[in-house]
Write a protein of this length. Structure first.
Length: 378
């Protein structure tokens, strides 16, 4: 009986916590953790009140926000993730400037990314509020160019062109290893840049097999995850018919060996006793493809765009994975704080990898989420 009562109480508390956060999907604590992770790289220690005050100082130069902890947290959350039709959020603005400056948009904390841009442009990192430094960078880098935000829907099946940042080799990779990719071409919806070139993403090696005797070829299966849009919204990637069609159309451009390996699958056994098969060996910088898994609303940016309705900041914040263990940075504020319980992160549903080519594994009718790479004779 007491367990049922406890469960009911917890359910009531959960509902109250969500209501306290307003209409958003995240509680105030979850919002604070996401903003801290985006700005600093990890959630901070101390009382929530002290942490919000420290964020206010970092972003605005002084702890000038007034009101309740809830209202101050919502204000900072909107500053970092909320894209009004007339301007970009702080996160989207930094993404856009990296896109303009170097063509490579990293996943480092905002404080690090802003410092790197300043050092690249002016030779040293600036001081002051983070929002003021971003404004100065935009003026220095872009002059009178103005970028505004616009909500668009990236259709399912949209091809995403990428290059692998790491070599893909069956003789060295093992199951669970990470392979990094970078978006090679802007994904646009009309004149809105939805997924900018330079966005980094990664995939997981779900199966790896070295070449063996009797002509057994090496094989690698790669499971794609998500790529971030211009505003930080995660967009799920998969491998499907449109991806395979793209490889067939561009086999000459991406290299017949790499394309053939991905499309054609195993080349069969090589005759002869103790004959060794071929290993997969795709060098870094090879053009590869995936496609978007579902229609996804994102906030993109366009130059000199017109004002549109504001998109929810929750779209961008959903891509921030908050570390749940160690705290890497101490809040630079007044008093040692009481411990704050960290809210449990929502776990994304696991996607079962399905290879493009079937071998001795069981068949599956699920949406394909992996690309299978085997060597060709070329």
């Amino acid at each position: 009986m007491w367990r049922k009562k406890a469960a009911c109480l917890l359910a009531v508390l959960a509902v109250c916590g969500t209501m306290a956060a307003g209409a958003a999907d995240y509680t105030i604590l979850e919002k604070a953790e996401k903003v801290e992770t985006t700005v600093y790289g990890a959630p901070q220690s101390g009382s929530l009140n002290d942490r919000i005050r420290a964020l206010d100082k970092t972003l605005n130069g002084q702890a000038g926000l007034s009101g309740s902890v809830q209202s101050r947290t919502d204000s900072l959350y909107t500053d970092v993730y909320g894209n009004s039709g007339s301007d970009l959020s702080l996160l989207a603005a930094v993404n856009m400037m990296q896109w303009q400056y170097s063509g490579k948009i990293t996943e480092e904390p905002l404080v690090s990314r802003v410092s790197e841009l300043e050092e690249g442009l002016d030779g040293k990192a600036a001081t002051g509020s983070l929002s003021g430094r971003v404004h100065a960078l935009r003026t220095s880098l872009l002059g009178n160019k103005k970028f505004t935000s616009e909500t668009v829907s990236v259709p399912a099946g949209t091809i995403v062109t990428m290059k692998n940042m790491d070599p893909i080799q069956s003789k060295t990779l093992t199951e669970g290893d990470t392979v990094r990719f970078i978006v090679a071409e802007d994904v646009q919806v009309g004149d809105v840049v939805a997924i900018p070139r330079g966005m980094e993403t990664d995939a997981t090696v779900s199966k790896a097999r070295k070449a063996g005797r009797f002509g057994r070829d090496g094989k690698i299966e790669i499971s794609y995850h998500t790529v971030r849009a211009a505003d930080g919204t995660p967009v799920e990637l998969t491998v499907g018919e449109k991806t395979k069609e793209q490889y067939k159309r561009t086999a000459g451009a991406v290299g017949a060996s790499a394309a053939g390996a991905i499309i054609l699958g195993p080349v069969g056994l090589v005759g002869g006793l103790f004959v060794k098969g071929n290993d997969v060996d795709i060098p870094a910088g090879t053009v590869m493809y995936a496609e978007t898994k579902a229609n996804t609303d994102v906030v993109g940016f366009r130059q000199d765009g017109e004002k549109t309705d504001t998109a929810t900041a929750d779209m961008a914040a959903s891509g921030v994975a908050v570390p749940s263990s160690s705290v890497s940075r101490t809040v630079p504020d007044e008093n040692p704080a009481t411990d704050t319980t960290t809210a449990e992160l929502k776990q994304a549903e696991a996607v079962t990898p399905v290879p493009l080519e079937h071998d001795d594994a069981a068949d599956s009718d699920d949406i394909q989420s992996t690309v299978t790479i085997t060597p060709t004779n070329e």
